[in-house]
Design a protein around this ligand. Structure first.
Ligand code: MOS
Length: 700
């Protein structure tokens, strides 16, 4: 085949142009294989057995009877499982102790894995798992969550103070002091967690659904005291994750079983097991205190945010961080508190912190605007900071007001009658509301390689994870521009731990962190490329880079994306039903790589925001300590019919320090949405809703 290095001089301009997903056809035709779909000979199937008891000890596991059932290969539990290390630091912090499965007889919460039954077929494994008799010594448990409950504490570095909040509240002409709650919420990814494990050529191989294959590989290697190079994790396609797809119990149990049986073992979680064992967003109880001068200038900004955590591990949702960079005030006092109870540990879920935190703060600002007789956008503009309100650091760029301006224009905000409960259509009360969005714009070190192939194409390798965001496609466009070739000549290979360390699909930092590494590798490759055709050897020429130093050199700044969301709702006065008629988000979130998939990211987050406002609520039964209705019949999420008119737009906002101009768009879409809707419900009805979701029974 002839080489075509000359054409690297052609201009590509791929970034910024809508591009369908590279794997899109594979996905819609079923050719794309997910972790539970890859065929293996001799495949065995594991089924997790979870504790129905919320606290206590396992006293007996009668595995003899179950081992005699058809197809059963083994039953793993604390009396026979291999020991794992319990002091693993972890690539992203200490793994949740739920991954230390079958190590002891204690049951710290309902849904704790007590056994894995492995059989020839999933049906046999499930039947045997359900037949397994486990004896428990039950102890009293407590899963109740409410504001200021006994045991609440403030973890280290979770409080930020500037000035004297109480003094400024006392000096304020107008004061708002309001409490808000959000319920427990679940990720509900389309593809439930699943892993297939086998030993192959002396290496542990995982075909997995995760947010970072190298992260999973390294943590597993450490747990099982293996060489890092002895674990190989691939995660080619992932059907959603949203923070829940890190290392979990099923990975570890499957590794134990594959090791014992020396056969490939697959563990797929049911939807109920996903609810029970893979993390969730903690409920929150929040108090916001705002004090303002008559012109709306904030003197006092106070936000206390409380979430629950397990008795195993401290997890801080961190919602009080939202206001620290958002609004100027003479005094700031923001604090995140936690309280441990007998539940599974919560985890990151799309916009951890900002999603619940923004609901409280952006609702409170609307309430304050009402008290002041001010337009809610004008109130935000009046408190626009010139530097970080608490940190004093400069903003890398800040286009919040630009979002409000553009959003107000598109939405027709100027025509709004600010009085509540004045628009009515039959039995529907109509209202509009707005709220701000923000999310940190970070970057993390990653490694990448780019190979110039002898046939004139290029292969990019990076341990990125495409959790449905379109990351693979975005990286292809970034690489094409960096190499100055058309995207068709670039093949991006992702989600393979052998490609080396890279940031995970998380923190809205995936595409940015990976794109940076790909960009750097592509630049280096171009410097080394021969100009004449035919000079690339058979094995290609590879450039490999690590962005650790580049990212460490970034100046300390307040780095954020911004947005403004506008909602129009109709409230049925007869049934209490709230319908979102229109939802518009305008974002300033860095350079947009692929407008097609970026719009889906924004509208996906906003749809979830509708869900958060009106539907989502995991209910815990205090008597059993477990969930009620842990499935999509009991746990309601917004569907297409809930979203009649949904629009996401953006304004030009390239990040000044990123080589591509990216800020990250993964999470900001859900931030502020619930507040915009709650504010619209107030405008429609004249009633404030400070507890989510805004269910019909709460509206009536
Ligand atoms: Mo996300 S909650 O950063 O996966």
């Amino acid at each position: 085949m002839t080489t075509q290095t000359k054409s690297t001089t052609s201009k590509s301009d791929a970034v910024g142009v809508a591009h369908t997903r590279i794997e899109g056809v594979d996905k819609v035709t079923g050719a794309a294989r997910y972790a539970a779909e890859i065929p293996f000979t001799e495949l065995a199937h594991g089924w997790l057995v979870l504790s129905p008891v919320a606290r206590g000890r396992v006293t007996a596991i009668d595995d003899e009877a179950v081992r005699a059932l058809p197809g059963v290969l083994t039953v793993l539990h604390h009396q026979n499982a291999p020991r794992v290390k319990d002091d693993v630091v972890g690539a992203l912090g200490r793994p949740d102790p739920i991954v230390e499965v079958f190590q002891h007889d204690r049951v710290p919460h309902a849904g704790w894995p007590v056994a894995l039954v492995v059989a020839e077929t999933p049906e046999q494994a499930r039947e045997a798992a359900e037949a397994l008799v486990v004896g428990y010594d039950e102890e009293p448990h407590d899963v109740a969550f409410y504001a200021d409950r006994p045991g609440v504490y403030t973890p280290e570095e979770m409080e930020a103070v500037k000035g004297d909040l109480d003094a400024e509240l006392a000096a304020s002409a107008v004061v708002l002091d309001a409490s808000y709650t959000t319920p427990e919420q679940h990720h509900g990814a389309m593809e439930p967690h699943a892993v297939t494990v086998r030993w192959e050529g002396g290496r542990l191989e995982l075909f997995d659904s995760n947010q970072g294959s190298k992260w999973i590989a390294d943590d597993l290697a450490n747990l099982f005291s293996l060489d890092l190079s002895a674990v190989h994790v691939r995660s080619e396609h992932v059907g959603g994750a949203f923070g829940s797809k890190g290392l979990r119990a099923h990975h570890v149990a499957a590794v134990m079983a594959a090791t014992e049986l020396q056969r490939p073992v697959r563990v797929v979680l049911t939807r109920r097991q996903v609810f029970a064992t893979t993390g969730y967003r903690s409920p929150t109880a929040q108090r916001v205190r705002l004090g303002a001068d008559p012109d709306g200038r904030l003197r006092a900004f106070g936000h206390e945010h409380q979430n629950l955590t397990s008795n195993l591990r401290e997890f801080v949702e961190g919602g009080a961080g939202f206001g620290r960079s958002m609004y100027d005030a003479v005094a700031h006092h923001t604090v995140n508190r936690v309280v441990p109870v007998d539940v599974a540990t919560p985890t990151w879920m799309r916009a951890p912190g900002e999603a619940p935190g923004s609901f409280a703060v952006e609702s409170a600002l609307d309430e304050l605007a009402e008290k002041l007789g001010m337009d809610p956008i004008a109130l935000r503009a009046r408190n626009e900071p010139s530097v970080g309100p608490v940190s004093g650091l400069p903003f890398s760029s800040r286009n919040l007001l630009g979002c409000f301006e553009e959003g107000a224009r598109r939405f027709g905000w100027a025509d709004r009658d600010p009085r509540p409960r004045v628009r009515r259509e039959g039995r529907w009360l109509i209202g509009t509301g707005t709220a701000a969005s923000t999310f940190p714009a970070g970057a993390a070190p990653s490694t990448a390689s780019v190979t110039a192939e002898a046939d004139g194409t290029f292969t990019v390798r990076i341990t990125a994870s495409d959790v449905g965001t379109g990351a693979r496609t975005a990286l292809t466009l970034i690489a094409a521009d960096a190499l100055d070739v058309t995207p068709e000549r670039v093949r991006v290979r992702i989600a393979d731990s052998d490609f080396g360390p890279a940031w995970v699909a998380g923190g809205s930092m995936g595409t940015r962190s990976w794109g940076w590494a790909v960009m750097a590798a592509a630049r280096e490759l171009r410097e080394r490329l021969p100009l004449a055709p035919g000079e690339i050897p058979e094995e290609g020429i590879t450039a490999r880079t690590d962005t650790a130093e580049l990212i460490a050199a970034l100046a300390q700044k307040e780095r954020y994306s911004y947005g403004a969301q506008f909602a129009e709702v109709a409230v049925d006065v007869a049934t209490g039903e709230v319908r979102v008629r229109r939802l518009l988000g305008v974002f300033a979130a860095g350079r947009i790589i692929n407008p097609l998939t970026a719009r889906s990211q924004f509208t996906g987050g906003m749809t979830w925001g509708i869900s958060m406002a009106l539907h989502e609520e995991a209910v815990r039964d205090e008597a059993s300590g477990g969930h009620v209705g842990a499935d999509f019949a009991g746990y309601h999420v917004a569907a297409n019919a809930d979203v009649p008119d949904l629009q996401a737009e953006w304004i030009d906002d390239p990040d000044p320090d990123d080589p591509v101009g990216i800020k990250g768009i993964g999470e900001i879409g859900i931030v502020g949405t619930a507040a915009a809707i709650a504010n619209a419900v107030w405008h429609a009805t004249g009633v404030r809703h400070r507890d989510l979701p805004i269910r019909p029974d709460r509206v009536l």
